[in-house]
Each structure stands twice: as structure tokens, then as C-alpha cells.
Design a protein around this ligand. Structure first.
Ligand SMILES: [Cu+2]
Length: 68
């Protein structure tokens, strides 16, 4: 199990958290997603190698911004 931590701009409520969770959980290899709109973090637990660019793209497709 590997963990990826992302800083995401633009989450304002639980609804935003859920949109990110529901989108990322569909990616093969992602086991769990914990999004927190208060501190703007997304924690992703993976069971195998995942494509980080693919994850970031999905987040941006939803209208959120990745903070580098
Ligand atoms: Cu929201």
C-alpha cells in the first residue's frame, strides 16, 4: 500500500470532496480516497502503481486545481 498526498484548490464542501472521491476511486489501483475541503488535501491509498498525471487530470476535469 502506497500513499499519495495532493494539495487541491477549490474544494468548498463535502459535495466537492465526494466528487473527487467518486471520480478517483474508479481508477484501477486506487483503494481509498480521503478528501478534506478544510485543509485542501486529498490522500490516495493505492494497491499498485498508478499514473499521477491521470489522477491530476481527473481532478482538473472536475474543475479543481492541483497545487504543486
Ligand atoms: Cu462543494
Amino acid at each position: 500500500m502506497k500513499e499519495i498526498n495532493l494539495k487541491i484548490k477549490g474544494m468548498h464542501c463535502e459535495g466537492c470532496e465526494n466528487r473527487i472521491k467518486n471520480s478517483l476511486i474508479t481508477i484501477d489501483g486506487i483503494d481509498e480516497v480521503v478528501a478534506n475541503h478544510i485543509d485542501g488535501t486529498v490522500l490516495i491509498k493505492t494497491t499498485k502503481e498508478v499514473n499521477l498525471e491521470n489522477i491530476k487530470e481527473k481532478i482538473e476535469d472536475l474543475g479543481f486545481e492541483n497545487e504543486e
